[in-house]
Design a protein around this ligand. Structure first.
Ligand code: OSB
Ligand code: MG
Length: 384
């Protein structure tokens, strides 16, 4: 894959705008860490100039939630660290290249989602300037990707069966059930019994502890594709111990914050599958390195989601088109989340979404939708 852009001239930064958009979810999304009713998303818009004098724009989405419950990051904090630290560090560069963003912001600890957004907005502007689609830049091997859907916790099992049945009727190729203590074996059994041989997996978002190993092993008879992040983020040894007593493959999400974390987790037997979310790992360049580490170890990967708008979704589809993404991702259709998105909606076709083919992330906000959804705009780097 070609993740270097060293062979072309850098861009000159002209301005960086932070745009907040509020999107109500079509149905509340309940997980072990809370219930989300809407997304308060942060979009970045970069203005830059090419060496030959053309003005280009870049777009990216910061995936942090409203609250620091899934991750320590949250949207107001992300915007603040971008304003105070990340944007000034990038503005101090003599020229803009995607590869320079991570080194320029490395002094800031953590804040990977904010860093990812800043790197991605530079990457998008750069690829647009040189008319290169992100998917091709990353080494995509397919023009559409298999889609799964992440199903929140419901009040009752019959309600869950209705929701899952609706998604299967829409064509989703894999169902992921959110679980937590008290909502695990019974809903999984009910979905397996009702829908038979579907591709089924579960996600606990760190809701269990090491002492739950025997209980979690009760999921084994249901032939799940994987169990995602059963234990706390920092408990790799616990996941390794669990993987020794469960037949169901252990997949990590929250724990995988870098390529090194992925290599360590694989080496100690803490996971045999990895969920890659570019925001969680600091950007698409690190996401590609995780893909490569996993591919070298024979570990399948899939693209996770953070309820992205069309801006974040477009870039995730490019990533999911890379060769190691052999399992269906949480890259669902726009209508599974929002009645009005900021971009043209992504629609399912036979359980798949098309990978964008235009330069950069391949999509732009629709001006009318963006205007309707926007709650605030701030120049974090004043335009010049
Ligand atoms: O754990 O994968 C997760 C959404 C927000 C935060 C964490 C997670 C999720 C999902 C939904 O499972 C993924 C999506 O459909 O975007
Ligand atoms: Mg998860």
């Amino acid at each position: 894959m070609s993740t270097t852009t060293q062979d072309v001239e850098p861009l000159r930064l002209l301005g960086l705008e932070a745009i907040r958009v509020a999107l109500p979810l079509v149905r509340p999304f309940r997980t072990s860490f809370g219930t989300q009713h809407a997304r308060d998303a942060l979009l970045l818009r970069l203005l830059a100039r090419t060496a030959d004098g053309r003005e280009v724009e870049g777009w990216a989405e910061c995936v942090s939630d409203d609250d620091p419950f899934y991750s320590s990051e949250y949207v107001v904090g992300s915007q603040d660290v971008i304003r105070r630290y990340l944007a000034p560090a990038v503005a101090a560069l003599p020229g803009l290249r995607p590869e320079l963003v991570a080194p320029a912001t490395a002094r800031v600890t953590g804040h990977r989602m904010a860093k990812a957004a800043v790197e991605t907005v530079v990457l998008d502007a750069f690829l647009r300037a040189y008319r290169m689609p992100l998917a091709r830049h990353l080494g995509a091997v397919r023009d559409q990707v298999d889609c799964g859907v992440s199903v929140g916790i419901t009040d009752t099992v019959p309600e869950l069966l209705d929701v899952v049945g609706g998604y299967l009727a829409e064509g989703y190729r894999r169902i992921k059930l959110k679980i937590e203590p008290g909502w695990d074996v019974e809903p999984v059994r009910a979905v397996r019994e009702r829908f038979g041989d579907i591709v089924l997996q579960v996600d606990a978002n760190t809701a269990y502890t090491r002492s739950d190993a025997a209980h979690l092993a009760r999921l084994d008879p249901f032939d799940l594709l994987l169990v995602e992040q059963p234990l706390p983020e920092d408990d790799l040894p616990g996941h390794a111990a669990l993987a020794r007593v469960m037949r169901t493959p252990v997949c990590l999400d929250e724990s995988i914050v870098s390529a090194r974390a992925a290599a360590d987790a694989i080496a100690m037997g803490a996971c045999s599958i990895v969920n890659i979310k570019p925001g969680r790992v600091g950007g698409y360049l690190e996401a590609v390195r995780i893909h490569d580490v996993c591919a070298a170890a024979g570990v399948p990967v899939w693209c996770g989601g953070m309820l992205e708008t069309g801006i974040g979704r477009a870039a995730n589809l490019a990533l999911a088109a890379m060769p190691g993404f052999t399992l269906p991702g949480d890259t669902s259709a726009s209508r599974r989340y929002y009645t009005l998105d900021v971009t043209t909606p992504f629609d399912l076709d036979d359980g798949r979404l098309a990978v964008p083919t235009s330069p950069g992330i391949g999509v732009d906000p629709l001006p009318e939708a963006l205007a309707e959804l926007t709650t605030s705009r701030e120049w974090v780097i004043e335009p010049r």
